[in-house]
Each structure stands twice: as structure tokens, then as C-alpha cells.
Ligand binder design. Sequence first.
Ligand code: FES
Length: 154
Amino acid sequence: MPHRQFNAFYPGKLTGRLIHQPLVRKYARFAVPTTDQVCSGVTSSDMATHKVTVNGFKTFEVEDGAKLAYAIEQAGYDISHRCGGNARCTTCRVKFDTDEPPMFDKERDCLEEDGVLGQFRLSCQVRVHSDMAVTVLMPVHECEWDNPGIDLEP
Ligand code: FES
């Protein structure tokens, strides 16, 4: 049964489209998610994921766009991040065992300033947009400190 909208500004007129309920149900799966649905994660199962392998640890799934250092920590590996992901300390350093993702200015500036450009990458400055494999170069368990550093933001 079609539903018709009543227009309060033009009494007596019908406005909007006739909404055919069986068609609405048929095409519901193509509906654009609302902001609430997106923010509540309702559609997260539809998001692309990538495989991240940490050498000597394991391979795990990561949502597209995740910060690499954060994803590694969330997977349970004790990666260091003394500056909290601000491209200052270089303790989140990783070596890529697969192709390296693009590098942006903040990371490049930090590595150039320290004279280590080309030696490793800063996982706090890398977003995961493809499958990748890395070796974590300064895990907490191999360093002298008793915690990884300032908390990372996702
Ligand atoms: S440079 Fe400090 S956490 Fe990445």
C-alpha cells in the first residue's frame, strides 16, 4: 500500500514521492547508512581489512586506515611509543618486509633530522591501506624501560 506524505504548508496537496513499501524493503540493502549507524560501528563489518604480519609474532586483520603502531599494540605486541605517536622519539620504528607505504612530511622531517632516513619507518606515522609485513625494531621487552610510553591515539 503506497504511503503519501501530507504537506502542512499546502493543505490538500500531496508532496514527496509515493513510497512503495515492497520496493523499499527490496532495496533496503542499498540504503546509505546514517551517521549514527556509521559512528556506532553498525557497518564496520563492511569495511575493508588488511593483513598485518609482525615478524616473529603473528598475522592479524586490521581495518583500512588504522594507525600501524596502534594496530600492532592492539594485537598484543609490546611495540614502544615513547612520544605517544608524535614523530619525535623514533622508538616505534619498524622495518618493512613488504613494499613500504608512502611517507608523509612529518615522518620524513623526523627521520631526516635524526639522520636515519631510509633505515626504518615510524609505525606511528603509517596508516594501513594494504597487506603488509614488518619487523618491530624496538619492542619494550628488548629495551630498558618498563612501559611502552605515552598512550597512542587510534
Ligand atoms: S615517533 Fe614516537 S611513537 Fe612514533
